[in-house]
Design a protein around this ligand. Structure first.
Ligand SMILES: [Zn+2]
Length: 396
């Protein structure tokens, strides 16, 4: 991708021209987004709350009303996902689904904007901590949180009803799963990534079979490329991660801002305005790159041949999480009684539980166990050792 980088210092047209040339933004349903009469069309309280967004010609009162009725999902609410969810909730997107498998730690607080020191002290699951925070930000948004790893088995159920999916993950495995599901269902999703000072995002607007075409499809001449068109396989070799290269808060927030601006276009019924490129920035060097994603790759296994291998669960390894020396064990799908487990483990080491998870420390390892049987084993990247620790303390 580096070779394809274009260090374009010129402002793109979209930055130099107004998004909408008059006050009368016509949305795809034929309604007007006029900012002059807009605030009168919403209840006073909402018109006031969202007044600055309604005044923006690209949204207007009609766009704001569509946001109220919209449903978006954010998969992964750590760094980019937390910033993404926060922007969507403040914008007034009526329903949000949040999915995250992890819990809050002190090292998250440098960049993960929905969490505070108390969340880290309590080791709250991020999905739950995010939901509590967003309910204080905007009580008018219905937030559904799932403390879960997105898997081929649960992805369809957890994402049900969401018309747009935003990527807040830190791994290609989950992104390929999202890509498969969304391409299969003809549902748009937005890829985001942040590592070091680098931020990137790309809209995936799939076509699908004619039967799957959504009402918004009429706005688009053709689908965009999907994730697998650009990256047929996950980048291998010496790939930078948050663990090796660190990550800056500004990169996280830029990636989220770019993604949410695109989301607002879609959720207000203006998919034709969405960018058809993989856009990336290096905030430290000032580089900017844009690669066209305007056309699907004709031999793409996913969007052209409709082979959904990730959704079928093929090649699904154990996962080493970004930012920690840890392995996730998620192969035991059976409920765990955390109270009984706490009783059993207390003689063996330090145990802390908060009703949503249990943490068992026996240096140099810490096991974090969720009620569905999933566990994060910290202190190793050795999958075999992590499995044996799980079997020893939770059973096999
Ligand atoms: Zn594709």
């Amino acid at each position: 991708m580096d070779k394809a980088k274009r260090q374009d210092r010129e402002l793109p047209r979209s930055y130099t021209e107004p998004m909408v040339s008059s006050n009368d933004a016509v949305l795809s349903d034929g309604t007007s987004g006029s900012s002059r009469t807009s605030r009168d069309e919403l209840p006073t309280e909402l018109g006031d709350r969202y007044s600055r967004q309604i005044l923006f010609a690209g949204i207007g009162a009609a766009g704001q009303q569509r946001l109220q009725g919209a449903h978006a999902a954010v998969v992964g609410v750590g760094a980019t996902g937390a910033a993404t969810a926060g922007l969507l909730a403040r914008a007034g997107v009526g329903r949000l689904t949040l999915i995250d498998r992890d819990f809050v730690e002190p090292s998250n607080l440098q960049r993960q904007v929905l969490f505070d020191e108390e969340d880290a002290r309590q080791s709250l699951p991020k999905a739950e901590a995010a939901r509590r925070h967003l309910e204080r930000v905007n009580a008018g948004v219905a937030v559904q949180s799932y403390v879960a790893d997105l898997t081929p088995g649960n992805a369809g159920t957890l994402l049900q009803g969401a018309e747009l999916v935003l990527d807040g993950t830190d791994n290609f495995e989950t992104r390929y799963l999202l890509n498969d599901l969304c391409v299969r269902d003809g549902r748009p999703w937005i890829y985001t990534a942040a590592v070091g000072a680098y931020a990137a995002t790309m809209n995936v607007l799939p076509g699908g079979s004619p039967a799957l075409k959504r009402p918004w499809w009429a706005e688009l001449a053709e689908p965009t490329a999907c994730l697998a068109c650009l990256f047929p396989a996950a980048p291998g070799g010496d790939v930078e991660t948050c663990e090796t290269a660190g990550v800056l808060g500004p990169a996280v927030n830029l990636a989220a801002s770019l993604a949410v601006a695109e989301a607002l276009k879609f959720l207000t019924g203006q998919p034709g305005r969405m960018r058809r490129t993989l856009l990336s920035f290096d905030l430290w060097n000032g580089d900017r790159s844009e690669i066209s994603t305007g056309h699907p790759r004709p031999d793409c296994a996913v969007c052209c041949n409709r082979e959904f291998r990730a959704l079928a669960g093929e090649g699904r390894p154990q996962i080493t999480l970004c930012g920690r020396n840890s392995v996730q064990i998620h192969e035991h799908h059976r409920p765990v009684d955390l109270v009984a487990l706490q009783r059993r483990l207390t003689p063996l080491g330090e145990v802390r539980a908060n009703g949503l998870l249990l943490r068992f420390s026996r240096p140099p390892y810490t096991l974090t166990v969720f009620p569905d049987g999933r566990a994060l084993v910290q202190g190793t990247t050795d999958v075999g050792l992590a499995r044996s620790l799980y079997a020893r303390y939770l059973g096999s």
